[in-house]
Design a protein. Structure first.
Lengths: 275, 268
């Protein structure tokens, strides 16, 4: 496998002009520039001189820590319920599957602030489900760190589900079927055969979900509010800094960008070699 | 010092976009509004471009209707936004005739650059109120009541004007209040009370008024320490100075005041 990969890499050198048609190269570079130029502008206009001052502020670290903890928890939560959901959508046959699939992707379309209001109406103290949580268990979710995790999960999980479902559809179901013919239960087949098979897709989906959760703003501030140390994640801190001190906002964004690039690059080397 | 200079540069750049957007939005360019010569007794015609704080939207739109009725051939074009970004737009040469700000501080940004014609005049004031659910189920009567254990209070973040005012009022009342959230603007603070997620919020009287019967407002004496003055001024580079003068006169007249007070503003 590995040697075959390396051989194929050698056979197709990556030098542009020889292997890449111009019709693909030009729009590709245009796309890359479109994505990178705004980030570059951020770097060029960054208040480098006040950056150390920002970085030594405990409030910034508090927001960053909260962001990382919440995004990671939201990703874990998405994995626990999102992978089975993706499996259901890809493998199980039930009426209205197409509709369910469309509904799952709805949070992608919904403006996050609307998502936050929807969460309040569902899980808020006065919400459809939330009022019972409050009455029976004394649990209220708005204005809590748990609320941040839920808001981020709501927005990020569809990315994971779509990615995993796509991988599942591309994976050959016959491996799974062979395992069940050989006496494995369907769950064992899923755990021992399917899951390793789709691991790259799961990893890619988890990274997408994590990145989306890390940058989440609208649903979080609407559902969980903004309180330093409890619900104020980096994007919220950036937004509020923008009101009074744009330079500080740029500095905070850079911190968030640097951390996410470091984490994503690190993960890519470790997990996603196969992708 | 350098940091400060840099910061202004950044905000100016942002404001530059705002100015362009304002130009694009106002459609017809105010320069062709054809104001003949200087101010004074000239006929009021053409477009008068008014940059006004968001909280004035309701009442100023009503006043514009009256203005256009009084002066056939005249038209009011509004740019409603946060006072800070409006001030930045004006300082970057946005072609406005009148500026109405939600705080003396933001007006000062413009007067400091010498861009107003004549001094600004305070035409209304806005005071904080405690917003509660209809019927005030927790029986909140004073600022101190907000510190009751278990009561969920939301405030605006310190970086926005209503949050700064709330901190001033709380300091004046000696009430050490820990809210459940510092909201990004006054409307989202109010929404939390409307949805009954929070028991109370400190918002402006005009916001309580605009929410109708969905919230109840409670006056408290400490709000006197954190009153927001709303100044209005004609601008030095006004493309239509005669219409600018007439609009400011309407806003500061008894008739204008009546409209503003009906929207929940206080007389200066």
């Amino acid at each position: 496998m590995t040697t075959g990969r390396q051989a194929s890499r050698k056979a197709h050198p990556r030098t542009p002009g020889r292997g890449v048609p111009l019709a693909l190269l030009v729009p590709a570079l245009l796309g890359l520039a479109f994505l990178l130029v705004p980030l570059l502008a951020l770097l060029l206009r960054a208040p480098w001189r006040s950056l150390p001052e920002q970085l030594t502020s405990p409030a910034v670290w508090e927001a960053l820590r909260l962001s990382l903890v919440c995004a990671t928890t939201a990703t874990a939560l998405s994995l626990v319920v999102g992978v089975p959901l993706a499996w259901l959508l890809a493998r199980a046959d039930f009426p209205g599957r197409g509709l369910v699939r469309a509904l799952v992707t709805l949070p992608l379309v919904l403006p996050p602030v609307v998502g936050g209001v929807a969460l309040l109406l569902a899980l808020g103290r006065n919400g459809v489900v939330g009022q019972w949580l409050d009455a029976w268990f004394g649990i209220t979710l708005p204005f809590t760190t748990t609320g941040v995790v839920l808001a981020e999960t709501f927005v990020a999980m569809p990315f994971l589900v779509i990615s995993v479902e796509g991988t599942l559809r591309a994976a050959d179901p016959r491996y799974e079927e062979a395992a069940t013919t050989l006496g494995a239960s369907r769950f064992t087949a899923f755990r021992r055969v399917t899951l390793p098979l789709i691991a790259p897709g799961v990893a890619a989906g988890a990274v997408l979900a994590w990145a989306r959760a890390l940058g989440e703003f609208g649903a979080t501030i609407t559902f969980a509010g903004n309180f330093p140390g409890r619900t104020q994640t980096m994007p919220l801190a950036v937004y509020l800094a923008l009101q009074s001190d744009p330079a500080a906002a740029i500095a905070l964004s850079l911190v968030l960008l640097a951390v996410s690039v470091a984490v994503l690059a690190g993960l890519r080397d470790r997990w996603m070699r196969a992708v | 010092m350098t940091r400060r200079a840099r910061r202004t540069r950044v905000s100016r750049r942002i404001a530059g976009f705002g100015a362009v957007a304002a130009l694009a939005l106002s459609g017809c360019s105010p320069s062709d509004s054809g104001s003949p010569g200087g101010a004074g007794g000239d006929a009021v015609t053409g477009t008068v471009t008014v940059f006004a704080a968001s909280s004035l939207k309701e009442s100023f739109t009503e006043l514009a209707g009256r203005f256009e009725k009084e002066h056939p051939g005249a038209e009011v074009a509004f740019n409603f936004s946060g006072s800070d970004s409006l001030a930045a737009g004006i300082n970057n040469g946005a072609p406005a005739d009148v500026f109405a700000a939600a705080s003396a501080k933001t007006m000062k940004l413009v007067t400091d650059e010498g861009r107003t014609a004549g001094g600004p005049r305070t035409f209304v004031r806005n005071r904080l109120q405690i917003a509660t659910a209809p019927g005030n189920p927790h029986g909140i009567r004073t600022l101190k009541d907000l510190t009751a254990p278990g009561l969920k209070v939301v405030l605006c973040d310190r970086t926005v004007p209503c949050g700064a005012a709330a901190q001033t009022a709380l300091a004046a009342g000696g009430a050490g209040l820990t809210p459940v959230s510092y909201e990004q603007d006054v409307k989202s603070a109010l929404t939390k009370v409307q949805l009954k997620e929070a028991d109370a919020a400190l918002v402006y009287g005009t916001d309580v008024h605009a929410a109708g019967d969905k919230v109840e407002g409670v006056h408290f004496p400490e709000s006197a320490e954190a009153v927001n003055d709303y100044p209005i001024a004609r601008l030095e580079d006004a493309p239509n100075p005669s219409a600018a003068k007439a609009f400011v006169e309407l806003v500061t007249s008894a008739e204008g005041r009546k409209v503003l007070v009906r929207a929940g503003f206080l007389e200066p």
